[in-house]
Design a protein around this ligand. Structure first.
Ligand code: CP3
Length: 355
C-alpha cells in the first residue's frame, strides 16, 4: 500500500503536533456540488449511487478535486445498516428516507437479526477499496456509521421524524426493549466498521445526530452506552497505525465530558458550544473537530473568513483541533464559499501551532 502523503488529519485526531490545522467538511460530497448532482442523475437515485462502488468513489473524489481538503469521507449513508438488518430502505424524492418495515414493538425488536455484513454490505467495503486505490495515499479515508440511537430513530419511526414520539415512548415504557434494539444495532455496527477498517478506512466517525434529544439519563443509557460498546469493539490499530475513532453527538454541550470518557480519540462539536468551552469539558483528553455554523457558508466571503478566524481562536493554541462545520454542509451553499473556508484554514491556522 502506498505511503500516506498527508497525514495531518490522523495526527491531529491523536493530538499530535501539526504545522497547521487539518480541514474536512461533513457532507463534503453532496448536492451543493453540480458535479454530484450530475452523477446522481446518471445513477438514477441516491441508493444506486451508494450501491455502485465506482460511482461512490467518483463522488467521494469530487470535493478533493476542487478543494485542498485533508481527508476523504466514504460516500454512503448511516441507514445502510438498518437496511442490511432487513427494514427495506428507500429514499422518496424530497421526503428523505423511509423504511418499509419499521421496528415498532417488542416482537419486531426480538425478531431482528444481526446480519452477515459481508453479504449485505459488501458494496460498501468494495467502495472503500476502490476509493483507497484512487486516493493513492493523497489523504486518509474516513469510514463511518450512525450511532445505534440515531439509526434507531429512523428504524422505529419509519423515517425522519419531529420529536421521535415512538422511540421516546419505548424509552419510557419499555426501556429493556430499546436496550435490546441498541444492542443489536451496536453489534452490527461493530462488524460493519471493522470491515470498513479491514477494507482500508483509516479513521472512523460515528454520527449521533439525535442522541442529545434524550434527557441526559436516557442519553447515557441508550445512546452513550451503545456507542461505548462500539468503541470497545473496534479494531484500533492496523498496519502499525492507530485508527482514530471520532464520536459526533450533535448538541452534546456538557455531555461532551461523558463522551470523552468512552476511550474515543476525538469528539465532533456543533456550533452551539464554543470550542474553548468544549475544551474545558474534555480537559484535553480527546481531540475536537468542528464547529463553524454551516449557515455561515450562506454569507459573504468576508463573513466566512471571519467565522474561520473565530473558530480557530476559540480552540486556541496547540494540537488536537480538526477544522469542520458543526453539522453537514447544506445543498444551497455556493461551492466558491468552500474555497474561501479551506483557504482561510490554511492561511490562518499555522499561528496556533509551533512550527
Ligand atoms: O459526509 C459525507 O460526504 C459522506 C456521506 C454521508 C451522507 N449521509 C450522504 C447523504 C454521511 C456521513 C451521511 C450521514 C447521515 N445520513 C446522517 C448523520 C449526519 C447528519 O447529517 O446528521 C443522517 C441522519 C443520515 C440520514 C439521511 N440521509 C437523511 C435524513 C437524508 C435525507 C435528508 C437529506 O439531507 O437529504 C439522507 C440522504 C443523504 N445522505 C444525501 C447525501 C449526500 C442526500 C441524498 C441526495 O443526493 O438526494
Amino acid at each position: 500500500m502506498t505511503a500516506l502523503r498527508n497525514d495531518l488529519l490522523l495526527r491531529a485526531l491523536l493530538r499530535r503536533p501539526v504545522p497547521r490545522t487539518p480541514v474536512w467538511i461533513m457532507r463534503q460530497a453532496g448536492r451543493y456540488l453540480p458535479e454530484y448532482r450530475a452523477t446522481r442523475a446518471g445513477a438514477g437515485d441516491f441508493m444506486s449511487l451508494c450501491r455502485n462502488p465506482e460511482l461512490a468513489c467518483e463522488v467521494t473524489m469530487q470535493p478533493l478535486r476542487r478543494y485542498a481538503l485533508d481527508a476523504a469521507i466514504l460516500f454512503s449513508d448511516i441507514l445502510t445498516v438498518p437496511d442490511a438488518m432487513g427494514l427495506g430502505l428507500h429514499f422518496v424524492g424530497g421526503e428523505g428516507p423511509k423504511f418499509e418495515r419499521p421496528v415498532q414493538n417488542a416482537d419486531a425488536v426480538r425478531a431482528l437479526r444481526v446480519p452477515d455484513v459481508e453479504k449485505t454490505l459488501g458494496y460498501v467495503f468494495d467502495a472503500v477499496r476502490t476509493i483507497r486505490r484512487e486516493l493513492d495515499g493523497a489523504v486518509p479515508l474516513i469510514g463511518f456509521a450512525g450511532s445505534p440511537f440515531t439509526c434507531g430513530t429512523y428504524m422505529v419511526e419509519g423515517g425522519s421524524s419531529r420529536g421521535f414520539p415512538t422511540i421516546r415512548g419505548l424509552a419510557s415504557e419499555a426501556p429493556e426493549v430499546l436496550d435490546e434494539l441498541m444492542d443489536k444495532v451496536a453489534e452490527t455496527t461493530i462488524e460493519y466498521l471493522n470491515a470498513q477498517i479491514e477494507a482500508g478506512a483509516q479513521a472512523v466517525q460515528i454520527f449521533d445526530t439525535w442522541g442529545a434529544a434524550l434527557e441526559p439519563g436516557d442519553f447515557r443509557r441508550f445512546s452513550l452506552a451503545s456507542m461505548q460498546r462500539i468503541v470497545d469493539g473496534l479494531t484500533r490499530e492496523k498496519d502499525g497505525r492507530r485508527i482514530p475513532v471520532v464520536l459526533f453527538t450533535k448538541g452534546a454541550g456538557e455531555l461532551l465530558s461523558d463522551l470523552a470518557e468512552t476511550g474515543c480519540d476525538a469528539l465532533g462539536v456543533d456550533w452551539t458550544t464554543d470550542l474553548g468551552t468544549a475544551r474545558e469539558y474534555v480537559r484535553d483528553k480527546v481531540a475536537l473537530q468542528g464547529n463553524l455554523d454551516p449557515a455561515t457558508l450562506r454569507e459573504s466571503a468576508d463573513a466566512v473568513r471571519a467565522g474561520v478566524a473565530e473558530t480557530l481562536a476559540s480552540y486556541g493554541d496547540g494540537p488536537g483541533h480538526v477544522f469542520n462545520l458543526g453539522h453537514g454542509i447544506t445543498p444551497d451553499v455556493d461551492p466558491d464559499r468552500v474555497t474561501v473556508l479551506v483557504d482561510a484554514v490554511h492561511e490562518l491556522s499555522p499561528q496556533y501551532h509551533e512550527s
